[in-house]
Design a protein around this ligand. Structure first.
Ligand code: PNS
Length: 158
């Protein structure tokens, strides 16, 4: 039984995230999308709203949604996961991801980090860029699931 954790902020989930989840389901028996409850960041969506949106677009039987606090490695061990999945978009992601992967390995040597490359069409996507474009009136159609776009519209009263 190969269980992977796909951790992140997911504020909000994008089609790039969904692409990574789809790819992960082909490699692992079970995938847990784990949202970090980060009190420091000022998110657009509350943790409950983000969980709801992910549940609405979760079309996979073996993909679960959960939240966690504290160290990712502690959470992963508590879930009996062997792998942490992270999406890599461009070379610029690599340095930060490498730092995290090596620190996580130091903290918990039994956990492996697996990097996955998203489809090229999503390689420029990030939740922050999507929020910026949307707030400034640009179109984000095709970059996020429809439910997310609708939630963003109602959040900004559009
Ligand atoms: O979507 P993000 O913001 O890139 O996700 C970052 C995340 C949640 C994977 C990372 O911040 C994390 O794992 N935070 C939990 C605290 C932790 O374990 N920190 C040490 C990482 S080496």
């Amino acid at each position: 039984m190969r269980r992977a954790i796909y951790p992140g902020t997911f504020d909000p989930i994008t089609n790039g995230h969904l692409d990574i989840i789809e790819r992960s389901t082909r490699v692992f028996d079970e995938v847990i999308i784990a949202l970090l409850m980060n009190i420091e960041k000022k998110p657009m969506f509350s943790i409950q709203e983000r969980v709801e949106m992910i549940q609405q677009v979760n079309r996979w039987k073996h993909v679960k949604v959960d939240t966690f606090q504290g160290l990712l490695v502690h959470y992963a061990v508590s879930q009996k996961a062997q792998v942490i999945v992270r999406g890599i978009r461009a070379v610029s992601d690599y340095e930060y991801e490498l730092q995290m992967a090596l620190m996580n390995r130091r903290l918990e040597p039994s956990l492996e980090t697996v990097f996955m490359m998203s489809a090229e069409e999503y390689s420029h996507l990030s939740s922050s860029l999507i929020k910026e474009v949307f707030v400034l009136g640009g179109s984000i159609t095709g970059l996020v699931p429809q439910v997310v776009e609708e939630r963003m519209r109602s959040k900004l009263g559009r």
